[in-house]
Design a protein around this ligand. Structure first.
Ligand code: SF4
Length: 343
């Protein structure tokens, strides 16, 4: 697995093991301003997704993961930062370029029923992107939709059904078929299995893995459940209160977490959902509550909850630094002998 998939914040994009990564974000910031406050939802996130690989983004609810997903697809405009897809600067792309690129970047949402129009038959729901992007009409569209349904384990017999006639897992398969319609290179899975039962989760995760291997897809895989992220991801980014605090090879990160927040998350893991055991699993819930992103703590944002907090943690923002060949961490524990300037 690549050890240089993810960049260190503030130092620009590091060279990737892949010559031309599919997707890169650099120092992405999204602040939502209202009359009373500024919500710092995303604060300097950098990540790279190589072709055919999965980058997992994990963290508690409210950490900014879903905002990163929407920024990546330009469903939201960043406050600042850089985004590129297949070498094209997404923030400076022309309308025509963006339209063409949007075909190649799709998203699967958490709620399979909420993301499907209940008045649309499966043929129209899955075939809509083919029409919008002028890829197929008439019989060709029907044939393409049947192909897509078969890819996700459904079939021609489902063409004229409505979403309410399916289980949650089947509805999510329809959502995946719809995402595949435009033959994307990148799919953002935003809590795509979080609403499903554990045994159904495992089936959908395995489907996503099979599709990746068959179609060479890249995934940005977002979840609060570490077991799910661990199962799916080649590389993992751990987010806390709008910032990435640790990133690296997925297996190594879960086997040997370095950042105190990651350690707390990993300690809450029970058994793997991919095994389909159906047993109760604990959510990864560290002690205490995250602060509000409209009033983040000074210094290290994690310091009010950190068992290793030192006086300097309240004043100095830790910078991301490489602590091993495949790991970067933002924590003063790793720079105790260095001078660290506040950002
Ligand atoms: Fe804990 Fe300090 Fe490291 Fe933050 S910088 S995680 S408060 S030790």
């Amino acid at each position: 697995m690549s050890g240089d998939v993810l960049s260190t914040a503030g130092s620009g994009l590091l060279p990737s093991a892949e010559a031309a990564p599919l997707f890169q974000a650099r120092e992405l910031v999204k602040h939502f301003r209202s009359r009373r406050s500024v919500v710092q939802a995303v604060n300097g996130v950098s990540l790279t997704i190589p072709r055919g690989r999965t980058v997992g983004l994990v963290g508690e609810s409210g950490s900014g993961k879903s905002t990163v997903a929407r920024l990546a697809l330009r469903l939201l405009e960043p406050t600042s930062g850089e985004l590129s897809f297949d070498g094209v600067d997404l923030l400076r792309a022309s309308r025509a370029q963006l339209r063409a690129l949007r075909r190649r970047m799709q998203i699967v949402f958490q709620d399979p029923f909420g993301s499907l129009n209940p008045r649309m038959r499966v043929l129209d729901a899955v075939g809509e992107p083919l029409v919008v992007h002028r890829l197929a009409t008439g019989k060709e569209r029907v044939d393409r939709v049947v192909d897509l349904l078969e890819r996700v384990g459904l079939g021609a017999g489902d063409l004229y059904k409505f979403s309410h006639q399916f289980s949650g897992g089947q509805a999510q398969r329809i959502g995946i078929a719809r995402a595949l319609a435009t033959e994307p290179d990148l799919i953002v899975c935003d809590e795509a299995v979080s609403a499903l039962d554990v045994s159904v989760q495992a089936q959908v995760l395995n489907l996503l893995k099979r599709l990746q291997s068959e179609l060479g897809l890249s995934y940005l895989f977002i979840a609060h459940d570490l077991n799910v992220v661990r199962y799916m991801s080649d590389e993992v980014c751990v987010m806390y209160l709008g910032e990435i605090v640790e990133q690296g090879d997925g297996d190594a990160l879960f086997a040997d977490p370095r950042h105190p927040y990651t350690t707390m998350l990993v300690s809450a893991i029970a058994d793997s959902p991919a095994e389909g055991s159906g047993r109760h699993r604990r959510r990864a819930v560290p002690r205490g509550e995250p602060a509000s992103p409209s009033n983040p703590p000074s210094g290290c944002r994690f310091h009010p909850r950190c068992p290793h907090a030192m006086p300097r943690c309240q004043q100095e923002v830790p910078v991301m630094q490489r602590v091993s060949a495949d790991r970067t961490v933002a924590c003063h524990l790793f720079d105790a002998r260095q001078e660290v300037s506040p950002r």
